[in-house]
Design a protein around this ligand. Sequence first.
Ligand SMILES: NC(=O)c1ccc[n+]([C@@H]2O[C@H](COP(=O)([O-])OP(=O)(O)OC[C@H]3O[C@@H](n4cnc5c(N)ncnc54)[C@H](O)[C@@H]3O)[C@@H](O)[C@H]2O)c1
Length: 418
Amino acid sequence: MVKHDVKDLSLAAAGKKRIEWADNDMPVMQKIRERFKKEKPLAGKKMSACLHVTAETANLARALKAGGADLVLVASNPLSTQDDVAASLVADYDISVFALNGEDNKTYYDHIRAAIEHDPVVTMDDGADLVSTLHSDYPEKCSKVVCSMEETTTGVIRLRAMHNDGALKIPVFAVNDAETKYLFDNRYGTGQSTVDGIIRATDFLIAGKKVVVAGYGWCGKGFAGRMKGMGANVIITEVNPVRALEAAMDGFLVMPMIEAARIGDLFCTITGDLHVLRKEHFEVMKNGAIIANSGHFNVEINIDDLENLATTKRENVRNYVDEYTLTDGRKLFLLAQGRLINLAAAEGHPASVMDMSFATQALTTEYSLNHKLQAKVYEVPQQIEDWISITKLKTMGIEIDKLTDEQRQYLASWEMGT
Ligand SMILES: NC(=O)c1ccc[n+]([C@@H]2O[C@H](COP(=O)([O-])OP(=O)(O)OC[C@H]3O[C@@H](n4cnc5c(N)ncnc54)[C@H](O)[C@@H]3O)[C@@H](O)[C@H]2O)c1
């Protein structure tokens, strides 16, 4: 059996069902897997992927393996691993997985080190923990890495910061920044699954509630739009004036967090930023306020502040809910220890949207092996995005118009006016 560290291999049968169910809604990945199986574009290539270990990721792993990759998969978050899926990948698909739901910080990094010690030529990240550990703890291994793919906004920000500091030693593709990724995954995937995670954790009625969303980026606007559709009064907090204007003109109330903190029933941070909710906000929140995060790291809510303000903390008053009682008797409820709620309490993004994100990952991996690249952050090539959008539309049974010759000429000209 392949090397692994998973919770319980006897969960494999349940995991396989889940993987196959997700596969039903991943037709673009099916096409890629079929072609990869025939052409073997990744034959013999060692790959290490640090991604959320979910049923959708399993289907990416299957495609990479079909293409000939020798893959190790590790978790990109201690709470997002689906243990049954991890078991099935090992037992049914012969893919090496190191991921345990609820793993502590040491185990999390031990797993990342196992991925690096696999000596990959291609890596994949969701948040850049693998690439940053590679650079800090294994600098000698960087020269073997041909390319890395980055799945999320926070990871791309970290990698651009590494490049600006002159620290980045490997080529990286900003998969997150492809339109086939963020326009759908961040907006509709995070939007829907964050609602799902909050409801599963709390069974909270959305209609009529005041829901405060910190950050009106791609994820935030997806979540806010869905909450509005379910009857919430949505309040947006922002630091970017253009995004704040966009939120206001989309019909949301926009205000500073210190004002929103007084009136919100439910708070969700999705900014990629640090300590967006902190002491001054907890001090004025209403009794019973629910606090969640869907941004990448568990730093958006200052949990130390909450711990310091609280006289008592009761863990797991309900699954994924910790209760903090403050000195004046108010209770605040923190979901999933401030980790991304959609992956901790729900199942992450629906398969249909990950079909596009992971198609972008798989095809960019193939591209990176066929091109000589430098140590910088690259955009995903347009031809990959075009193929994925056309293929996705086809699988949805949607046809679109084509430019006529006359229109093509008109759109390329400057002479024609009124
Ligand atoms: N939960 C998930 O499954 C999932 C999926 C995709 C992305 N993410 C993560 O979600 C986060 C947001 O991603 P995105 O694609 O929406 O990014 P984005 O850059 O499009 O949007 C982030 C927004 O937050 C705003 N912001 C920053 N600091 C703020 C503050 N202190 N208060 C209020 N607003 C603030 C920014 O101005 C920006 O408009 C990132 O950490 C990303 O990695 C999570």
